[in-house]
Write a protein that binds this ligand. Structure first.
Ligand SMILES: NC(=O)c1ccc[n+]([C@@H]2O[C@H](COP(=O)([O-])OP(=O)(O)OC[C@H]3O[C@@H](n4cnc5c(N)ncnc54)[C@H](OP(=O)(O)O)[C@@H]3O)[C@@H](O)[C@H]2O)c1
Length: 274
């Protein structure tokens, strides 16, 4: 699997498996993650919010793949920040997953008034060596600007909603200048937004014999991003990995960029409350 180098030298596989609602039960989740690891995924994204760290961790542990060959991310939820339980939340995630360390630990959403406090605790976790990298999720430019004033560790990643209807150009450019890798979520629309039906994506796909989903995933990679995509289906899991044998032209990229509507399906990061 192709990787990208984070600002601390750690390599991150450019496609990760999303696990939000990947199964209705723990057993389904376990099977979907095992299937994905069999399909070739080496990067798994979860969060306490998804209530599946246990089956996700079990799938990783029982996969037969060496731990160091799988990049594992989980996240810190806002209520844990507000109740001053950041270290405990991290320890609980590790315990739930049955792992000794994480590859990446993210602040799931910014908590207003707590950015520095949160990041200091994240830095301590990073210094302990139990999270190989630390980063952000759903942080806007102004959140990152504020946090960087006191940070000693620059976040490795910012994982944000990003797809052809929300191209996030300003944020991507800003993060790139700061050496922060952007990861996309809701990359495929999650059934909530239907850009995969866009004729532009179908037409580009026909040129390369690729599906609209593969075109969108490739658009992310060709913009220098890491993508998190979810599928519970083995064939679609494989389809989403089969994007390394073609490349979009600058004209293709520009056409996809033009689909932007600044349309969010999730919370605005300044409006979420816990
Ligand atoms: N940081 C955050 O705040 C945040 C928020 C939301 C999500 N995330 C992360 O990002 C991940 C991805 O986002 P998401 O779960 O919202 O959904 P998504 O990956 O954008 O979309 C998943 C949906 O697309 C379908 N799909 C997958 N491959 C496809 C293909 N090749 N062609 C057509 N349809 C396809 C899946 O159906 P099948 O399963 O039937 O294939 C599923 O319904 C999450 O799972 C989570 O890990 C992070």
């Amino acid at each position: 699997m192709l990787t990208k180098r984070l600002n601390n030298g750690i390599e991150i596989p450019v496609i990760g498996l999303g696990t939000y609602k990947i199964g209705r039960t723990d057993e389904e989740t376990y099977r979907a993650v095992r299937m994905a690891l069999d399909a070739g995924y080496r990067h798994i994204d979860t969060a306490p919010l998804y209530l599946n760290e246990k089956p996700v961790g079990r799938a990783i542990r029982e996969s037969g793949i060496a731990r160091e060959d799988i990049f594992v991310t989980t996240k810190l939820w806002g209520t844990e920040i507000l109740s001053n339980r950041i270290q405990e939340a991290f320890d609980t995630s590790l315990l739930n997953m049955g792992l000794d360390y994480l590859d990446l630990y993210l602040v799931h959403w910014p908590v207003k008034g707590k950015l520095d406090f949160t990041w200091q605790a994240m830095e301590q976790i990073y210094q302990s060596g139990k999270a190989k990298s630390i980063g952000l999720s759903n942080h806007l430019v102004h959140h990152i600007e504020e946090l960087l004033q006191k940070a000693t560790v620059v976040p490795a990643v910012n994982q944000v909603e990003l797809h052809p209807y929300l191209t996030q150009k300003e944020l991507v450019d800003y993060c790139s200048r700061k050496g922060i890798v952007v990861e996309s979520w809701r990359t495929l629309g999650s059934g909530k937004v239907h850009f995969l039906e866009e004729e532009t994506l179908k037409e580009i796909g026909r040129k390369y014999d690729k599906t609209p989903a593969q075109v969108v995933l490739r658009w992310n990679l060709d913009r220098g991003l890491v993508v998190i995509a979810r599928s519970s289906d083995f064939h679609r899991q494989k389809e989403n990995l089969a994007i390394f044998d073609f490349q979009l032209t600058s004209e293709d990229l520009a056409l996809i960029d033009m689909l932007n509507k600044d349309y969010r399906t999730g919370f605005h990061p300044d409006e979420i409350t816990f």
